[in-house]
Design a protein around this ligand. Structure first.
Ligand code: G4P
Length: 512
């Protein structure tokens, strides 16, 4: 039943509390039993591969994963939540962007003392591009933060979004007394000296006078909750809480269950595919290679779009043409990887493979549809790769192909010369590249300055491309798929060529 699925991600600036909130969501869903397990598990996993040391050193999360938990709604139905973890560090925006293509909604976590921070904003813009509906969680109200009105107005102004407060903190920081549900007027209070929330709901409270006044102002000053406006991405309901102390988290889960959209139709060139469609289809939004260094396996993460997937089913990847049987699909439950027998639209399936599946591929039973909207982004940093040992050219080519397929880097093979160029969206990806080349492919490489500053995919008729190539061979390269790329010395260069070649398009993204 696809309408029992909620597939979502948490977007936030580092330190706003995403990890803590994830832990608490999983705890409430009964998926993990000890707070801190998300981090602990992460560390055990990281220890398994050398390149992941970078994560540890920098205290960031490089790998994404999928966490599934269930909760019974008040009406007795069971809702399955698929939480897709997005790497928080800004250098990993490309991977994060791709993950956001696989969700139906997002939770935006904001630190009550800091408001909207740069990374929150960037991720929000990606959600807006695809009209992904957003529930806002203003975190850390157990500490002194900014005034609620200030925070609400900032969300509204900076993100050009209607805001609708759904709850209200009674006091903040040391004066924090509980959280008021605006619709019912009930206050959830922490109990006992520890102030850990124990679920006590007080129905007969007399609010302090200033809170009562604030509430009146809030109700008068902001629009009422409107499900349609939320689902079309024009309005965000706002919840206040503390992930650390577990205040407001249950309300947040209820809100996702109640308001967040079930699996949405996904676009193809021939129109959207509805989840109710019987034919099984999905798309790959992430590939992770070498999860286990002893095996050269890869896991491709597929978001199921339509149909009921059954283990052993044959699906045809758009890039391949011949069907593959999926015998050991993996569902990523928080405690463990589990073998999936069946999955519904909105679910994520891990498909082990040896490199046949790539980010952006559509998988389907009849091989007649192609999902659109999974872009590659033009790299902002380009480097030339130089080998310390020139006899390792073959290994390097294999490694660059693999890693570009996984989305860690993009690779460009110039038409002239033998110096391969890698492109990344953030600096940190370069460190990951060097470290993984060494650890997984035994290739020692250095990165040197590149003569180019940016890259654009070029499209046009064969004739127009040939004419362009005649004069610009020095600036032409092929990407991993063999598609032509213009390597530009500057943004100005791009504009200049675009003007001179109106028959060609120079694109900063490439949709596969
Ligand atoms: P992130 O994944 O978004 O980067 O944030 P994370 O959950 O790691 O939280 C960042 C810091 O903020 C952590 O403190 C965490 O304990 C704290 N924090 C998260 N939610 C709340 C909250 O509701 N209230 C308060 N007061 N603090 C919160 P840290 O000291 O950096 O890490 P740790 O030593 O606690 O692990």
């Amino acid at each position: 039943m696809s309408n029992s699925r909620r597939t979502f991600a948490i977007i936030s600036h580092p330190d706003a509390g995403k990890t803590t909130l994830t832990e608490k969501l999983l705890l409430q869903g009964g998926a993990i039993h000890l707070a801190g397990e998300v981090k602990a598990r992460g560390q055990a996993r990281r220890a398994r591969s050398d390149w992941m040391k970078i994560e540890q050193q920098r205290g960031i999360s490089v790998t994404s994963s999928v966490m599934t938990f269930e909760k019974t709604a008040p009406d007795g139905s069971t809702i399955t939540f698929n939480l897709l973890d997005t790497p928080g560090h800004e250098d990993f925006s490309e991977d994060t962007y791709r993950t956001l293509t696989a969700v139906d909604s997002a939770i935006m976590v904001i630190d009550a003392a800091k408001g909207i921070e740069p990374q929150t904003r960037k991720l929000f813009e990606v959600c807006r591009l695809r009209s992904v509906p957003i529930i806002t969680f203003i975190n850390k109200v157990d500490r002194e933060g900014r005034a609620c009105f200030d925070l609400l107005d900032e969300v509204a102004d900076k993100l050009a979004l209607d805001v609708c407060p759904m709850s209200w903190p009674v006091g903040m920081g040391g004066l924090f007394e509980g959280i008021l549900d605006i619709a019912t007027g009930k206050v959830s209070r922490p109990e006992g000296g520890s102030k850990e929330f124990l679920g006590k709901v007080d129905e007969n409270v007399t609010l302090p006078e200033d809170v009562g006044e604030e509430l009146e102002l809030a109700q008068a000053g902001y629009p009422e909750f409107d499900l349609e406006a939320y689902r079309s991405g024009d309005l965000t309901p706002v919840y206040f809480g503390s992930a650390l102390k577990n205040f407001g988290v249950a309300e947040l889960i209820d809100a996702i269950a109640k308001y967040a959209p079930p699996p949405r139709p996904q676009p193809t060139e021939a129109g959207p595919v509805e989840p109710e469609n019987k034919e099984v289809s999905g798309f790959i939004f992430k590939v992770q290679a070498n999860m286990d260094p002893m095996h050269r396996d890869r896991i491709a993460f597929m978001r199921l779009v339509s149909g009921t997937f059954k283990r052993g089913m044959k699906l045809t990847p758009s890039g391949l043409g011949k069907p593959i049987a999926i015998h050991s699909p993996i569902l990523f439950f928080a405690q463990d990887r589990e073998i999936a027998d069946s999955a519904e639209p909105g679910d994520i399936i891990g498909i082990p493979n040896h490199g046949t599946l790539r980010v952006g591929d559509t998988l389907s039973e009849k091989n007649q549809i192609r999902f659109t909207g999974l872009p590659n982004f033009a790299p902002e940093i380009l480097r030339r790769v130089a080998l310390k040992d020139p006899t390792k050219t073959k290994q390097l080519r294999k490694a660059l192909d693999d890693l570009s397929e996984e989305g860690v880097i993009q690779v460009f093979y110039p038409e002239i010369g033998s110096q391969w160029i890698v492109g990344v969206v953030g600096q940190l990806q370069l460190d990951v590249l060097i470290s993984r080349l060494q650890a997984e492919y035994k290739v020692e490489a250095m990165l040197e300055a590149s003569p180019f500053d940016t890259a654009r995919w070029i499209r046009g008729s064969d004739q127009a491309l040939r004419d362009f190539a005649e004069f610009n061979k020095m600036n032409l390269a092929k990407d991993r798929d063999g598609d032509p790329v213009f390597m530009a010395k500057s943004a100005w260069d791009v504009g200049y060529q675009q003007e001179r070649n109106p028959d060609l398009t120079f694109s900063a993204t490439k949709e596969r």
